[in-house]
Design a protein around this ligand. Sequence first.
Ligand code: SF4
Length: 422
Amino acid sequence: MRGISPVSDPAEAELIVVNTCAFVGDAVAESVDVIGELSEYKQNGRCNTLAVCGCLPARFRTAGRAGTGGVDLWLRPAPAKKVVERILGAASSSRNRAGRAAGAPPARANSLSAGAAYLKVADGCSRRCSFCLIPRLRGPLRSRAIGELVREAEQLAAMGVKEIVLVAQDLASWGQDIPGRPGLWRLLDGLAGVDGVRWIRMMYLFPRRPPLRLLGLFERHENILPYFDVPLQHADARVLRRMRRGGGPAAHEKFIRAIRERVPGAVIRTTFMVGFPGEDERAFGTLMKFVERVRFERMGAFVFSPEEGTDAAGLSGGIDLALARERLGMLMELQAGIALEYHRSLVGGVIDVLVESAGRGRSTGRAWNQAPEVDGETVIEGRAEAGEIVKARVTGCGPYHLEVVPVESTGRGRRRRAPEGR
Ligand code: SF4
């Protein structure tokens, strides 16, 4: 960003920008805590300006209403250019106050670990799930153009990024709001041609009318990971209707079958919500049986939170929180066994691993089948270089981690090839 250079220690920062999430109560609490912690640097560090953007300002008109203090800029969601201008204005007055100029900036900062970066391809959502505040907080879907995204991917590759993680609130709908309504596969076709990008990972594929044309991409491009993050939320037809998710359990299962048939070795991740109003014993039993039958390699789950301003907050048939938490425990226990069984099937084989943090005799990273921040980690015995992709033999595992020993580094070349370990 013009006139700004990032620092890794907030005590060194003159301007601190907090990009917040606020779509459920836990996220609000976490955002407020982080702002509170960072505001201390105005007293104990070099910080002159603390800016907050993202969903928290969208949900609460003022910092005071959100329960945060010490904030100088409270930025409601707006086109990125406008937000950047306001931040640059704040940065410039921050520099003036400090009486010195910031150094030359990099073109694009990276908030993920070595070798990987998120690429935000769209913002907002035009769906209307009854439990979700995001359409109200972020507005309707706004996709970024292919050319702009390909240029950003090229920039990231030039910085040494090997894995690009595509994110949006509703990735499957990318392109539906721009002329010609290009499908997501068009964007993937463009990004797959960027030299140096070894892994492209898709996050948040909404399951209603799933883009089946995506399944043909894996034959054409070896650097698109056969990793499908499909948040299903539930498996009971009545609960799904009340959630306004569309589709239904039969359609969901059909999509999963199509992935498994057409993309051998695919890894499927999903997310479920328990304790939604109307989730009686029978509905919860349906969910448990579905999980047992489908056997997702990866799964996350959380308890329904009635957020003010959502339709779901006013629904009848609320579930006691203690019961919802008990159900969450049962579901996660079932999944832990399934995840362990999957990991055990990999032991003895070779898998591609991105090294995220290198240590003397032990490093950590992620295998291609582990998405950042949600799928656990891979422990690498022996020397490895952060930011490189290595081939490694799987020697052990738990439900949420793999243990590997490198057999060969594959990260220096810029060639693309299918990930090992499918
Ligand atoms: S698709 Fe996702 S972001 Fe959009 S309304 Fe539903 S849960 Fe919210």
